[in-house]
Design a binder for this molecule. Sequence first.
Ligand SMILES: [Zn+2]
Length: 371
Amino acid sequence: MTHPLSPVTFDDDDPRARGRAHGELWRAEIRELAAIRAELCIRRAAYRSLDEVDAMAARHLPVLAAELPEMSQELLGIAEGSGVPAARIVVLNHYTDLRDIQPADLAPGAGEDGDGCTAIYLSGPDGPVLGQTWDMHATAAPFVRMIRVAPRNGTAEVLCLTLTGCLGLAGLGRDGVAVTINNLTSTDARVGLVWPALVRAMLAEPDARAALARLQAAPLSSGHHYMIADGRDFFGVETSGELKVLTQLGPKAAHLHTNHCFDPVLRGRENVSRQTTSFDRLNSATTLYLQQRPRDLEGLWRMIGSHDGYPRSICSHVDELRGDPSASRTCARLAMELWSGKLRVAPGCSRDDLPLELELAGFASKRPAAP
Ligand SMILES: [Zn+2]
């Protein structure tokens, strides 16, 4: 049987054709997930109608076209291939940020639920590893996929954890740039760059410094924490809609992050839900790190599968706690070995462990030299 996260390759040189192939392959899934996320924008944010959600999403299309034309073409291709309007593909991609944007005539809502993600970077004798849980509304779980974007002209290759209809959530590029993301809930959210497009652009950069520069120059929409690493450098950047702060630095250190800001200025721009498990997960990750002193992919993998403090654990099960399938749970786990280009991914909970090991075809020749 094929592994559920066995990567699908999109190899057209033309980004529009690549998107169209993606859209056609997962037509039904894209329609379904776009509808789920548009509805959640109404339930979990201040939008009053689907028209209002689509109108706000549509305002992101010109920003994407101006900032990242290739990614814009790929997104429009996904819309064409799936038969779902482009604005709704923006809703599917940019859901967590759209939720934070308040229609102008409404008071800010009280961030009902923080979707999670626990990101961990650590280093050992075989070099650094970077990974994360991807925690989202549990109804997103059936839509998680791995994609390999590898144009036939050989100009680029990325392996991405993603969702049907989404450009990419986190992953590893051919030149060794790895990126993970944590959602942050900002109070200064605005129309900006569709964030999965930015992740893809960062993964395509030649090194972590260039990916950092790409992030620093991007007109963001709402908050995320990005971990960027390439085996030589590590950067952890917290953002809100308007601000970006480099909060973590240093390739030899260990870095942990969940879904609240460390930076004191950014703390004034976030709306952390009272129900959030972010602090519990950060405490668990800190304790596990100190107890286990993980130094490699196996150690990282154990950490991101931990049920200490269940259901508010790193492998998160908030949906079971609340009996609400739209509450957060760990939908996937991803770990990347930065010197080898090896990547391990698994769907869902660590108890049904189904890891899949992948490697970038073009990575070996680009392997960063060991310091
Ligand atoms: Zn679990």
